[in-house]
Ligand binder design. Structure first.
Ligand code: NOJ
Length: 519
């Protein structure tokens, strides 16, 4: 059978399967856990409270002109720093098994280093963790979700090789203070965004834009920092704290635009550059950066007159330290993109740059349902394929879906989020049926938050946050009721309608939505 007929039949089978699985009630496996996730800068606020120092996001969001779409900042955001008890009520109401939040490094270590530990920061996370434990919610802590202390950025941030030690020391403070109650650790969230967007381009802070160089230095140091925290836990804490520790990587599914071998190669390259660069060194038996990735950057570097590859080498000892340094794979995945090779790519990207090294053009298919975020379309079959591919390439690791979700422009009746959620959960069940070792699912986000460069224009929350009122009141969207029922019943029932009804808000009441929920 020719590859094209084969892939056509394969796609047909997936879609037939999806039609069948969409209409029936399906159950989640025994022991499967549900959560929701957020991150410090996106929800906490309290940006200048109780000894917290500035992170690179505090600085970036205050730049003039603002790099943020609506000119907003995370200074107050959903104010979870003060309203954390309300957040825990929501976790409880949803029936979450676990909740992923991140710790702000400059709230714990204002200067980045352990000579100055901020008691205000330790107290805040202790209160949050205790409140969660009291309510039976398991805390999953992300140690780093993009808010680097400014003091460390001055020293080069993720391009300084000493950051592996700085991160290890920071991790030791977290294990010491919280490890008695926290049994799930995620070292670093989204290395490819940290490195490609922050150092290899100017999309995110610190916007170094050291294209083709900064991102690769960052990649090596992120891997080493992750591995040092992992080994520290393993050697000093695991025995008496009994937890697990992993990393959260971003996985966008890449689909070739045609059966042309060039497009297939381009697709493979995109995968290697954007997630293989991090997953291969940690989750394969041989470790190290993927061969194709090393080869492409080395060849381009030589052509461009560099004396050595712009991708720093991992020494044998580093390969060994990184290999196997994760108890589970944190899987952040939202969408799919189409990929092709274009011979006339020259001039399309800066030289040198990772995009130029990769030599692939990545585009979206405008026929797919579009969210409020430009980059996010609903493609559940891509989620299914992504899970299959990761399980195949990386030795079927235990997977937690650490992030998956949908953005709207607001409003409580979020039927499109519900459709996305159901379709992706159904694809997840298909992946489990096909043998993927997925142990839990965390929706993003529990509440609306500061969505990085999109500010507050893209709403990811199951709960709407009213950013215009001081209480930052949180109101469940319809999707919250649907998710709650999925967690309660451990069933995915495509026909379930929550037992709540909608009532029109009286005209004189100031509310931006036309409806409120009434029980
Ligand atoms: C991934 C990031 O980790 C998270 O912070 C962000 O909110 C989502 N993408 C959606 O953009």
């Amino acid at each position: 059978m020719s590859p094209s007929i084969y892939s056509f039949l394969f796609l047909q089978l997936i879609s037939m399967n999806q039609v069948a699985s969409k209409s029936k009630v399906r159950s989640f496996p025994e022991g499967f856990v549900f959560g929701a996730s957020t991150s410090a800068y996106q929800i906490e606020g309290g940006a200048f409270d109780d000894g917290k120092a500035l992170s690179i996001w505090d600085v970036a969001s205050h730049e003039k002109p603002s790099p943020i779409k609506d000119g907003s900042t995370g200074d107050v955001s959903a104010n979870s720093y003060h309203f954390y008890k309300r957040d825990v009520e929501i976790m409880k109401d949803l029936g979450l098994d676990f909740y992923i939040f991140s710790v702000s490094w400059p709230r714990i270590l204002p200067d980045g280093f352990t000579n100055n530990v901020n008691k205000g920061g330790i107290d805040f996370y202790n209160k949050l963790i205790d409140e969660m434990i009291y309510n039976n919610i398991k805390p999953f802590i992300t140690m780093y979700h993009w808010d680097l202390p400014v003091q460390l950025q001055k020293l080069g941030g993720w391009t300084n090789p000493y950051i592996a030690d700085w991160f290890k020391d920071y991790a030791s403070v977290l294990f010491e203070n919280f490890g008695d109650r926290v049994k799930h650790w995620i070292t670093i969230n989204g290395p490819s965004e940290i490195c490609n967007d922050g150092y290899g381009s100017d999309l995110l802070p610190p916007t170094l834009n050291m294209t083709g160089i900064g991102g690769y230095m960052c990649a090596k140091n992120v891997l080493l920092a992750h591995a040092s925290a992992y080994h520290l836990y393993d050697e000093m804490y695991r025995e008496h704290q009994n937890g697990t520790i992993g990393i959260a990587l971003n996985f966008t599914w890449f689909e070739p635009t045609s059966d042309n071998p060039d497009d297939h190669h381009a697709t493979w390259d995109a995968k290697q550059f954007l997630f293989g660069a991090y997953a291969h060194p940690i989750f394969t038996k041989e470790g190290d950066f993927p061969e194709e990735f090393k080869r492409s950057v080395a060849a381009k570097s030589a052509e461009q007159g560099f004396k050595r590859s712009r991708l720093p080498e991992l020494t044998a000892a580093e390969v060994t330290a990184i290999r196997g340094s994760s108890d589970f794979l944190g899987f952040n995945s939202y969408t799919t993109k189409m990929v092709y090779r274009d011979a006339s790519i020259e001039g399309m990207y800066p030289v040198p740059s990772y995009m130029d090294d990769m030599g692939a053009v990545i585009v979206k298919d405008s026929t797919w349902p579009q969210s409020q975020s430009d980059w996010l379309q609903e493609v559940p079959w891509g989620f299914y394929k992504m899970l299959q591919e990761v399980s195949r390439l990386y030795d079927n690791p235990p997977i937690y879906i650490t992030e998956n979700g949908w953005s709207t422009s607001g409003g409580l009746l979020d039927e499109d989020r519900i459709r996305y959620l159901r379709n992706y959960l159904s694809a997840l069940l298909d992946a489990i049926d096909a043998g993927c070792n997925v142990q839990g699912y965390s929706v993003r986000s529990m509440i609306d938050s500061f969505e990085w460069r999109d500010g507050y224009t893209a709403k990811f929350g199951l709960y709407e946050v009213d950013f215009s009122n001081e209480d930052r009141s949180r109101t469940p969207r319809k999707s919250a009721f649907i998710y709650k029922e999925i967690i309660r019943s451990k069933l995915l029932d495509p026909h379930y309608e929550p037992e709540v009804y909608l009532e029109e808000v009286p005209e004189n009441e100031e509310k931006k939505d036309d409806y409120i929920y009434k029980k």
